[in-house]
Write a protein of this length. Structure first.
Length: 460
């Protein structure tokens, strides 16, 4: 119980005044990024059907679904928004902790904020920072990465706890109820990774939606006095002993708790596909633009790939060279590189069910050679080496260690605003430009917003 109690105390004790300017700024960026991803993801496969289903279920009209605009019970809004935010694989990635933490936390927080009413930015910001920090600490505590581990989707299973934390903070739960909320969250937390990546099922996106809904439900149940295990983290049958075979580093859960927030080191995606693709995309874009290489000039592309990246992006080869649906294309290195070389950009429209039938891109994808290189191994996003060999016999090569969007190579708020507008252009419903402008302004000045629910209602 001790670790969970320490984490619960931290949720109670942290407030806006204890946060550094860097944490506040990153939390605002991550909020805007999550909203962007949900707008773009609203038109992804399965999201319309998911929203229609929750509308059929009915219930109290209290929380808003992004883009579609309907109001549904808070848990169902969290489910749909969280799923849409993950659908394009465009959401943030913590490169060291190895998960996508923001979407379940932000959309659980926005749903509960509308449920409660009158939640201001100075309440919302510390709650989101705490939720993301908790999810990242749980993932980072495992020395075994998500792709090299036991098949769990860390974004989902640890997202339940992050979503619980944001809701517990906004609801103002006392320590004992936070402990119960964490226990209730643990009894729900689940999510597997490997088959989703391989086959491209819709549930890949829905893991974050389930986590957002589960965290919200856990906090509301605890508020009403329902109880859960007080040892969900390090108990005999806690998540690390049960899910991770006892492999975890306790110090990473509580070290500098309340002083250092892992939100500070989160990364943003400039490309809508698996983060492991990004070093190779950066390299390819640099090579084709610096040397004016055209798709028809390419004889072959040779890549050197780390051992954790290789099985995710390169196996099985027949699926990676010819993805069978849009989700599968997000996890294909040949597909990502072919688009980068052919179009000199990588965007949402390159990962649709229509796009994957493009013969020009498919032919170029078959020119990509993939070689595993164990010397590139590391827990965080592994470096990528991309080499383009032209038909004239010229060879151009580039290695990228820290892709665009990482703390070492960051995206600015201006860059995220451009991403937000681009994602909005793919939304299931046209959002007027003045509403988009207002939403951006409110997020940029989030600490002064009186009711954060206004932001999500602008995007409906």
């Amino acid at each position: 119980m001790e670790v969970t109690r320490i984490l619960a105390k931290n949720i109670v004790n942290v407030d806006y005044g204890t946060l550094s300017p860097a944490v506040i700024e990153m939390t605002k960026k991550l909020t805007l990024d999550a909203l962007a991803c949900a707008l773009g993801g609203s038109s992804a496969f399965g999201m319309k059907q998911l929203n229609e289903l929750v509308v059929e279920w009915g219930g109290k009209e209290e929380s808003t679904v992004v883009a579609f605009g309907n109001r549904v019970p808070a848990p169902q809004a969290a489910l749909v928004n969280g799923s849409m935010g993950r659908a394009l694989d465009f959401d943030d990635t913590h490169d060291v902790a190895g998960l996508h933490p923001a979407v379940p936390v932000v959309f659980a927080g926005l749903a509960i904020a509308e449920h409660k009413g009158g939640v201001g930015g100075r309440e919302f910001i510390p709650a989101v920072a705490l939720g993301i920090d908790l999810s990242c600490r749980l993932s980072h505590a495992s020395p075994v990465s998500m792709m090299g581990g036991y098949g769990w989707d860390f974004s989902a299973i640890y997202g339940y706890f992050g979503a619980t934390a944001v809701n517990a903070k906004i609801l103002g739960l006392e320590e004992s109820k936070i402990l119960n909320a964490m226990g209730i969250a643990y009894h729900q937390s689940a999510g597997t990774m490997c088959q989703l990546v391989l086959k491209g099922y819709t549930t890949k996106a829905m893991g974050s939606g389930f986590a957002a809904r589960g965290g919200l439900v856990s906090a509301l149940m605890a508020e009403r006095g329902l109880t859960g295990s007080n040892e969900p983290m390090d108990g005999e049958w806690g998540i690390f002993n049960l899910y991770q075979r006892g492999e975890y580093i306790p110090e990473r859960l509580t070290g500098d708790l309340g002083k250092y927030f892992m939100v500070e080191d989160d990364s943003f995606k400039p490309y809508p596909c698996c983060r492991l693709n990004h070093p190779f995309i950066d390299a390819a874009l640099a090579l084709v633009m610096e040397n004016d290489i055209k798709a028809e000039d390419v004889e072959k592309v040779v890549t050197q790939i780390g051992p954790h990246t290789y099985p995710c992006l390169c196996v099985p080869e027949e699926i990676k060279r010819k993805p069978h649906n849009s989700t599968a294309s997000q996890f294909s290195l040949p597909w990502a590189l072919a688009n980068a070389i052919a179009y000199r950009k990588v965007e949402i429209g390159h990962f649709t069910d229509e796009a994957i039938r493009n013969e020009k891109i498919l032919q170029l994808a078959h020119k990509v050679e993939m070689h595993e290189d164990k010397t590139l191994a590391r827990r965080e996003v592994e470096p990528g080496i991309t080499e383009i060999i032209t038909k004239k016999g010229k060879t151009y090569s580039k290695r990228v260690d820290h892709p665009l969007g990482s703390p070492q190579n960051p995206l600015s708020m201006k860059g995220l605003t451009m991403k937000f507008r681009n994602c909005a252009s793919y939304a299931a419903k046209v959002i007027p430009g003045e509403k988009l402008d207002k939403a951006v302004q409110m997020v940029e000045g989030l600490e002064d917003v009186v009711d954060v629910g206004q932001i999500i209602r602008l995007l409906s």
